[in-house]
Design a protein around this ligand. Structure first.
Ligand SMILES: [Zn+2]
Length: 484
């Protein structure tokens, strides 16, 4: 059994996804930049991030500036490390072109200030803007992915749109320049979203001061090379701690920032007091524990499939993680699809999730007979909750079904990279006093297979009976700690 980590992260991808793997090998994606746009730092940042994110999935990705071609090194590195194997190409190569500036292209992406613009008609505006460059990278990757799998992504939407991450409206001319940034931040969870956050931070040529604490007890695994932005196969093979890899990146980019590494679970770092807690672990209980640290503000970042969910919360002003995520809506909407994938009833899945019940050997044996898992060895999940098993398919993945074939999950690193970059955008708004009026009102959700809708900001009422954010003790500690 030869499992390609890019597709079907559980199961035998060679058996169920061979046409898809061939399609990844025979699709060429070119990010074509007009020569006059090359001068913009925003464009160079966007193109290099898109190149890196797309190369996590596709074999042939390059940047082209009037005849000069820069190819991605990701495939060569993964081949050398034995992470993937060279595939014989049997079908003609097809090419998709993403254009920046006035060039021939299938889809155009523009950027300026804090805004990203997408058009299939003409070339939208291109200007300077580091936040825009940071967000445009994952957007270019998402639009390219959507276009390549146009026929098979039934829910994908192909419309022109623009969005401004400063005020989450559509007018790209509203801008707010920033020069330097003082962080007092703790990042809880250094998985795919955490990597997206740090990758965005290190790519901004800002002077960054202050302190950042990284919390995660995990090490880089082989599959992370395909799901995270910028992970090297050497780090996956040697199994380096995630916090060590991220601290190394940051220290090389921002020498004025004090970076602390805490390779532990959240429960073991409650001594830290930071103004902003960026919460991005892979489970709800760690999110709740992160909130209990009573930071001044909480930026919660989550993904499910190709959906991005960001919230900016403050005790006494907005609801909290318990209010908005108490019933785990992200979980409950997945119950029917989890039931279909595992061959279990919806009731069984619901109980397994709510009770966090460990899987038995009988459960994993039965689940491994289902088509989706294609005879995978699930013995490592005996005694683990169903949630842990399903996190693999649901994290940074979407399902692709080529004509006449079963759906196969593929890794979509651009989703978590986008969530991480948006979490950084909200953190910057809290760290730079003049930007605080622009902070996200509570919560937003965006499916990257769709387009930007200005209504995506969710103004949910806080739960009046919430025992956490109406707790007098917490409110008093919070108010005392953060009184200015
Ligand atoms: Zn609450």
């Amino acid at each position: 059994m030869n499992i390609d980590p890019r597709v079907g992260l559980i199961g035998d991808a060679e058996a169920t996804g061979s046409s898809l793997l061939e399609s990844l090998a025979t699709t060429k994606i070119v990010i074509r930049i007009a020569r006059k746009c090359e001068v913009f730092g925003s464009v160079r940042l966007a193109a290099s991030r898109a190149l890196d994110l797309l190369a996590r999935l596709f074999d042939n990705v390059s940047i082209e500036i009037e005849g000069d071609t820069i190819a991605s090194w990701v495939k060569q590195e993964n081949l050398r490390a034995g992470m993937i194997r060279e595939r014989a190409v049997r079908v003609p190569v097809r090419t998709l072109i993403v254009g920046i500036g006035e060039v021939d292209a299938d889809v155009h992406v523009g950027m300026t200030g804090w805004s990203v613009l997408v058009s299939r008609a003409g070339a939208p505006m291109v200007g300077e803007g580091l936040i825009a460059g940071c967000l445009a990278g994952p957007i270019i990757a998402a639009e390219a992915f959507k276009s390549v799998f146009r026929e098979t992504l039934r829910t994908a939407v192909f419309k022109n749109y623009s969005f401004n991450a400063l005020n989450y409206a559509t007018d790209p001319t509203i801008d707010a320049p920033i020069k330097d940034l003082v962080l007092d931040t703790i990042l809880i969870g250094c998985g795919s979203i955490g990597f997206g956050f740090i990758d965005a931070l290190r790519s901004l040529p800002l002077v960054v001061h202050g302190s950042l604490t990284l919390v995660d007890n995990g090490a880089i695994e082989k599959k992370n090379v395909f799901k995270y932005s910028h992970v090297l196969s050497a780090d996956a093979i040697s199994g380096r701690d995630k916090v060590d890899v991220l601290a190394g990146w940051l220290v090389s980019a921002h020498t004025d920032l004090a970076v602390e590494r805490r390779p532990y679970v959240v429960k073991d770092v409650t001594d830290i007091i930071a103004a902003t807690a960026v919460i991005a672990p892979d489970n709800l209980s760690a999110r709740r524990e992160g909130q209990e640290m009573l930071s001044k503000d909480v930026v919660n970042a989550a993904i499910a499939g190709t959906n991005v969910d960001i919230a900016s919360l403050r005790f006494g002003k907005t609801g909290c993680i318990y209010c908005y995520y108490n019933d785990s809506p992200g979980d409950s909407i997945k119950y029917p699809s989890i039931a279909a994938l595992t061959g279990k009833s919806i009731d069984w899945v619901e109980r397994a999730y709510i009770d966090n019940r460990p899987l038995t050997r009988e459960d994993t044996t039965a689940i491994s007979r289902e088509a989706y898992f294609a005879g995978a060895d699930l013995s490592e999940f005996v005694g683990q909750p169903l949630r842990s098993l399903m996190q693999r398919p649901f994290y940074s993945q979407t399902q692709i079904a080529l004509p006449g074939e079963k759906p196969v999950p593929v890794s979509t690193a651009f989703v978590s990279a986008f969530a991480g970059a948006l979490a950084l955008v909200e953190t910057i708004k809290l760290a730079v006093p003049e930007l605080e009026p622009y902070r996200l009102a509570q919560r937003m959700g965006w499916d990257l297979m769709g387009t930007f809708k200005s209504s995506f900001v969710l103004e949910e009422p806080r739960r009046p009976s919430c025992a956490i954010c109406t707790s007098r003790v917490r409110l008093e500690v919070h108010a005392e700690r953060w009184a200015s």
